[in-house]
Design a protein around this ligand. Structure first.
Ligand code: AMP
Length: 573
């Protein structure tokens, strides 16, 4: 992969996707066909047709024994012809359990390449001459790496990226408001505070505002709401709070805030003291032109609240990737976040697509350039680092083509469904229903900060439970839960679900859906719970459905009130 990233690369890649994919598969097979894993199916052959005929589709359980053997010190060539020098750890909050995937520095370069190409596309859309001035204020975090028994580092992809020499020496350095030390700080609360302090100190230079996932952005604004007085105090006196004990953060942030700045502190104080925080981002960072973060899939729930805080600045959903591979990015940044599709980048991994309705016919799998418009597929990845025909577990819809390369809408995770009877309510169903329910909420003074759901089958009939964390639109509002509105939300959620759900609900096989409103800060506790179990803050995604009893307990302990609708949803809409 070239280290030089130019805007013209996007045209070259997307025009020649078929050839690039073909060459990539050839390269991968030359490198990996003699691994213990592939030898079983290919007997050392590099033949691409044989690869497609003989190598089975795999999920994590199939490759786990090999990955674990390498992690325990056996040679890399069990799974990969190239060296395995580290592992990426998945967040485990989108698809269940955490997993680790073998990689080396080339995976970090791939990620860097796609991020740099994406930045060039953004600059093309948001500046007259393709060159953007100003700084980026982004909330990035890292976590200390763990090591495998054989001593190889294990970390989330973004932690590995930000800690890498590639990032330090990256060819095109976008100007972040935060110094590298803040991203590298192992204490994420100190990082967050320092990100805000640096961003506020340089408020006139900030033109881009974001995070990897929308969740991190919403949490950052929430933290600002609780801590702005202290931040202003630091700016006023030119002194970083004593609890920022990380030496790298202290010295680098002190240098950025410079000396005392009472005028700036007054200005920020004035904006933050407004009773309503509507548009707070544009008021504090008046030159910000866009918000960048992932806003599709599980992150779509944060669109209304970001619209509220950011005064309808363009919300740009950026990249689509996973610990297994980076897939693609959004080449049309000005489209609405609800309409985002991702254009696959054909030189990262070899991609195949399994139609959702394959009905057991595995030969219906197609190459990247052969997917059909309007059809739904699960991506299957063959990476340079030892994954072969690996099922990613996401469902995507083909929405168009950029040159010869398909573009996909993220639909949902494959296995994340709510079900208490025989009905299945998918992530997509949940998010669509939620969007309608938040519309009902709009009429009240409440905003939905975060949510998750679970299927309660402890009693008959089983029913769906939605945990909602709500907040008043005005700062320090006492939370007044209007029963009629919340019952209305329950009704709209149920009304939006599929016909099987509604039928079973009417016939009493499914009980009334419940909204359980939890105390403010509950979802922070849930995040902390998942992070204590190994997730990284940067890649954290609140699961749309919870099925672990420990995670449920975090929520159950904080329930303030329960609501359900008194009428069943209609059968016909
Ligand atoms: P992880 O490997 O833990 O970072 O999780 C990867 C998963 O996050 C993907 O398989 C998707 O389910 C989800 N994900 C990543 N990027 C996006 C995106 N742009 N839109 C929706 N979901 C995403």
């Amino acid at each position: 992969m070239s280290s030089i990233v130019e805007l013209s690369s996007l045209e070259e890649l997307t025009l020649n996707a078929e050839q690039i994919q073909d060459d990539l598969l050839e390269k991968i097979l030359r490198l990996n066909s003699n691994t213990e894993y592939l030898r079983r199916f290919l007997h050392g052959s590099n033949d691409k047709e044989l690869f497609k005929k003989n190598v089975p589709l795999a999920n994590y359980e199939d490759v786990k024994p090999y990955i674990e053997r390498v992690a325990n010190g056996e040679p890399s060539d069990l799974i990969s012809g190239g060296p395995v020098t580290r592992f990426f750890r998945s967040s485990g909050t989108s698809g269940g359990k955490q997993k680790i995937f073998p990689v080396n520095d080339e995976a970090i370069e791939q990620l860097g390449y796609v991020l740099a190409l994406r930045s060039l596309v953004m600059s093309k859309h948001f500046s007259d001459n393709g060159v953007e001035q100003g700084k980026t204020m982004e909330f990035h975090y890292t976590k200390p790496e763990s090591t495998t028994p054989s001593g190889l580092p294990v970390a989330a992809a973004f932690t590995s990226f930000f800690k890498s020499d590639y990032f330090k020496n990256r060819p095109s350095k976008s100007q972040y408001t935060s110094p590298h030390q803040v991203i590298l700080c192992p204490d994420n609360k100190q990082s967050l505070y320092c990100h805000l302090l640096c961003g506020l100190s340089q408020r006139d230079e900030v033109v881009r505002f974001g995070a990897t996932f929308a969740h991190a952005l919403v949490r950052a604004i929430d933290f600002l709401e609780s801590n702005w007085k202290e931040l202003c105090g630091n700016i006023r006196l030119g002194h970083v709070s004593e609890w920022i004990t990380d030496l790298g953060c202290r010295s680098s942030v002190s240098a950025i805030i410079g000396g005392p700045n009472p005028e700036l502190a007054d200005l920020i104080e004035q904006e933050c003291s407004h009773k309503s925080w509507e548009g707070i981002v544009t008021r504090l960072w008046p030159k910000a032109k866009r918000i960048e973060c992932v806003l599709t899939g599980q992150m779509a729930q944060y669109i209304p609240i970001l619209d509220f805080y950011c005064n309808k600045l363009p919300l740009v959903s950026t990249v689509y990737g996973s610990s297994e591979s980076i897939f693609g990015f959004n080449v049309d940044p000005l489209c609405k976040p609800q309409d985002v599709s991702y254009t696959f980048v054909p030189n990262t991994s070899y991609f195949e697509f399994l139609p959702v309705d394959h009905e057991g016919d595995m030969t219906s799998i197609v190459d990247l350039v052969n997917v059909k418009l309007g059809c739904y597929y699960e991506p299957v990845v063959t990476s340079c680092f030892g994954l072969n025909r690996y099922l990613i577990g996401d469902i995507l819809e083909v929405t168009g083509f950029y040159n010869n390369t398909p573009q996909f809408r993220f639909v949902r995770r494959k296995n994340m469904v709510l079900s208490v009877e025989t009905e299945t309510t998918t992530e997509d169903d949940i998010l669509k229903a939620l969007a309608r329910a938040t519309f009902v909420l709009e009429s009240s003074n409440l905003m939905l900060m975060d949510f998750t759901s679970s299927a309660d089958i402890s009693t008959f009939p089983g029913h769906y439970v939605f945990y909602w964390e709500l907040k008043g639109k005005e700062v320090n509002d006492v939370l007044v839960l209007d029963e009629k509105t919340l019952m209305g939300c329950c009704y709209v959620l149920e009304e939006s679900f599929g016909s099987t759900y509604r039928l079973k609900r009417r016939t009493g096989l499914i009980g009334a859906l419940e909204i359980r409103v939890v105390e403010q800060g509950t979802f922070n506790s849930l995040t902390d719970y998942f992070i204590s179990r190994g997730s990284s803050r940067a890649q954290y995604k609140t699961p749309l459905c919870i099925n672990s009893s420990e995670a449920s307990a975090v929520l159950e302990n904080k329930v303030l009130a329960r609501f359900h609708s008194e009428k069943s949803p209609p059968l016909d809409l």
